[in-house]
Design a protein around this ligand. Structure first.
Ligand SMILES: [Zn+2]
Length: 150
C-alpha cells in the first residue's frame, strides 16, 4: 500500500500521551497476563478502558479466534501475521492459535499483538491516520502504550 507522504511525516513525529492510563486499565492488562490465557471479553474490556482513558472511540468489534496464517517458503516458516485492524470498520482481530501446532497462544504474546493493533486504532481515530504506517513513530507510540500498561 502506498503511504501518503504527509501521513508518513505526521506518523514519524507524533507521540502518545499515556499519562491518563488508569490503574483499572493497568489492572485489566495484568489480569490477562496473570491468567496465562486471553479471551475475547477481556481483550474487548481492555480496549474499552484504554479508549475511555484516551477519550477516543472504541473499536467497533474485537475478535480473538482462528489460527495464525502462515506462508511457507522452502519449507521454512517465513512470515506470520498475528492480528489485523481494519480502519474502515474499526474491527480489531487477534489470532488465537499458533500456526503450526494449533495451540492457544500465550497471553503475553496475545497482549503484544493486541497493543500493536490498538496503536493502529489510535492512529486512526485519535490522529486521523487511517493508513497508520509502520514508521519509527508508530513503534514509539506502541512502546509508550506497552510501558503504560506495565
Ligand atoms: Zn501493524
Amino acid at each position: 500500500m502506498k503511504v501518503n507522504y504527509q501521513e508518513y511525516q505526521k506518523s514519524l513525529s507524533l507521540t502518545l500521551d499515556v499519562s491518563f492510563i488508569s490503574d483499572t486499565t493497568k489492572e485489566t492488562a495484568h489480569a490477562i497476563t496473570r491468567s496465562g490465557k486471553a479471551n475475547q471479553g477481556s481483550l474487548f474490556l481492555l480496549a474499552l478502558f484504554i479508549c475511555k482513558d484516551l477519550e477516543i472511540k472504541c473499536p467497533e468489534i474485537v475478535t480473538y479466534s482462528g489460527h495464525v496464517p502462515h506462508k511457507r517458503r522452502e519449507n521454512r516458516l517465513c512470515a506470520q501475521l498475528f492480528g489485523w485492524y481494519k480502519p474502515a470498520t474499526m474491527h480489531l482481530h487477534v489470532y488465537k492459535f499458533t500456526a503450526v501446532q494449533k495451540k492457544e497462544r500465550a497471553a503475553k504474546s496475545v497482549l503484544n499483538v493486541f497493543i500493536h493493533e490498538m496503536t493502529h486504532h489510535i492512529d486512526n481515530v485519535k490522529f486521523g491516520m487511517p493508513q497508520s504506517p509502520h514508521t519509527k513513530g508508530f513503534y514509539r507510540r506502541m512502546r509508550q502504550l506497552e510501558n503504560a500498561l506495565k
